[in-house]
Write a protein that binds this ligand. Structure first.
Ligand SMILES: Nc1ncnc2c1ncn2[C@@H]1O[C@H](COP(=O)(O)OP(=O)(O)O)[C@@H](O)[C@H]1O
Ligand SMILES: O=P(O)(O)O[C@H]1O[C@H](CO)[C@@H](O[C@H]2O[C@H](CO)[C@@H](O)[C@H](O)[C@H]2O)[C@H](O)[C@H]1O
Length: 457
């Protein structure tokens, strides 16, 4: 048996333990019952060695492919303890995305449009890439793993793979084509093979070094307010409402760009019915898993059912971002950029690619303003002054965002019932997300659901 084969066999055993410890692993809600290799490509030969590995992870009846970079060397560099998959012995192996001596090859292969085994590397038409740059992984906790090359490029390695072209790449290319001002330019990609289908495993983009994400800015503003709760949101130095308004405009412009690039579709009554049923199905699934949601389920179901009465022609469908929140927007020196057009990490691929109402993105941002304010109350939920300030901050910034959006497109608040239903649907998704990933924050979406149902949100 070859060395590599032996390693891969050993790895699959250890991965069942290691994978659930990774932030990006999407299946934390149930135990891993099996791991089997689907493909192994040797990107750097010898010692050190870099392997690109795709494994299929089984969890009960669910089977999902994940991508890994595996490094091996006799004299390993400083490796964070959590990155060791097999520590010590002949078969030492670590997750290699932080090993800058090894990851440079990915950029160099994209620059030269190389192919290694099942992996094809390419750059976008007309783009010339600098080579020989060292990469560092970005430290934030994310669904995928991103490497920054020399402060110039950012390469996102998708962790959970879905067959076909990744929606993030498809929408970035479409937006680039129509000259959207609100994206980081797509520069290259890496394509693998999944069940015989060419599949995006990586996307390279322009890196914006001085960008700050919306979540960091918004929570700084909330913190300012909470530090002196005797003052109101509009009186503190860190007021965010101007930015929220500009962000609303940017999101509306991206929606218009997506519609121009990829078209829109009207909706019939059947479609509205399907939307409602999908919301109820998600509610039932999440309420079955999270007991705290169950008490709201009957009222939520009744609320979704009222969508039936809406005129179908009030909705238009188009490609949308699909998981828009303050962590998915970057403030640069010139304005707001939207990133990460993959859609909800847990949604099935067909659903992510489907045309949807742009109001879903608006609802996602509204939820996020609420989150930014309410997460400050985790651990001190009963201080009436702080509760009032949090609500005030959220209301002020949600309004500013909608006003910005309405300056470019139809006012989302004119479709109050639909917007409310999308917000509730998103909050139900968040209950499931927090339950699996950040149980301490479960109260944030639950409190929002209670507030919206009371008519206070
Ligand atoms: N083009 C970019 N320039 C600068 N930073 C970026 C860029 N794209 C992404 N980032 C940073 O990387 C983080 C992860 O990117 P994202 O696309 O959201 O990955 P994930 O799919 O893992 O959530 C973002 O929160 C942001 O801080
Ligand atoms: O950015 P991702 O694609 O990984 O999105 C997932 O993780 C998000 C958290 O990092 C999660 O967003 C939720 O928490 C945010 C604050 O951390 C908040 O701004 C969002 O409104 C809230 O939905 C997102 O739902 C999930 O898909």
């Amino acid at each position: 048996m070859s060395e590599t084969r032996k390693l891969v066999d050993a790895l699959t055993g250890d991965l069942a333990r290691w994978l659930p410890e990774q932030r990006w692993f999407a299946g934390k809600d149930r135990p891993v019952t099996g791991v089997r290799p689907l493909g192994v490509t040797e990107l750097v030969e010898g010692d050190p060695q870099l392997l690109h590995v795709v494994v299929e992870v089984t969890q009960d009846d669910r089977r999902e492919p994940y991508q890994l970079l595996v490094g091996r060397r006799t004299h390993p560099p400083e490796i964070a303890s959590g990155s060791w998959i097999i520590a010590g012995g002949d078969l030492n192996a670590y997750e290699a995305s932080a090993d800058a001596d090894l990851t440079g090859v990915l950029l160099d292969l994209m620059a030269s449009e190389g192919r290694v085994g099942a992996l094809g590397f390419g750059h976008e038409p007309g783009v010339e890439l600098d080579t020989g740059l060292r990469a560092r992984p970005i430290s934030s906790e994310q669904s995928n793993t991103s490497l920054v090359y020399g402060g110039q490029y950012i390469l996102k390695l998708f962790r959970k793979l879905t067959p076909g072209q990744n929606k993030d790449l498809v929408l970035h290319r479409a937006l680039q084509e129509v000259g959207s001002k609100h994206i980081a330019q797509p520069l290259g990609s890496i394509t693998g093979d999944l069940d015989g289908e060419p599949t995006t495993v990586g996307m390279l983009q322009q890196f914006i070094p001085d960008a700050v994400d919306g979540w960091a800015m918004a929570t700084t503003s909330v913190r300012d307010l909470m530090a002196g709760p005797e003052r109101h949101a509009e009186e503190v130095g860190g007021d965010f409402a101007g930015e929220a308004e500009r962000l609303g405009r940017a999101v509306a412009e991206v929606h218009a760009d997506l519609a121009e690039a990829l078209g829109t579709e009207g909706v019939d009554a059947d479609e509205l019915d399907r939307t409602m049923k999908a919301m109820i199905a998600r509610l039932d699934t999440v309420a079955g898993r999270v007991p705290e949601l169950a008490e709201h389920a009957p009222a939520l179901r009744a609320s979704f059912e009222t969508l039936r009465a809406l005129p179908a022609d009030s909705v238009s469908m188009q490609p949308i971002h699909g998981d828009l929140h303050l962590g998915q927007v970057l403030r640069t020196v010139t304005g707001w950029l939207l990133i990460d057009f993959e859609g909800e990490p847990a949604a099935p691929v067909e659903e992510r690619h489907a045309l949807r109402s742009p109001l879903r993105d608006v609802a996602g941002m509204l939820r996020s303003f609420d989150y930014a304010a309410q997460q400050m109350l985790v651990g001190q939920p009963d201080d009436p002054e702080l509760v009032e300030r949090a609500q005030e901050w959220s209301d002020r910034n949600r309004t500013a965002f909608c006003e910005g959006y309405a300056a470019v497109a139809a006012d989302p608040r004119d479709q109050r019932e639909l917007l409310r239903a999308f917000e509730l649907d998103k909050a139900i998704y968040e209950v499931s997300y927090e339950h699996a990933n950040r149980p301490d924050w479960l109260g944030v979406p639950l409190a929002s659901i209670a507030r919206i149902m009371r008519g206070d949100g």
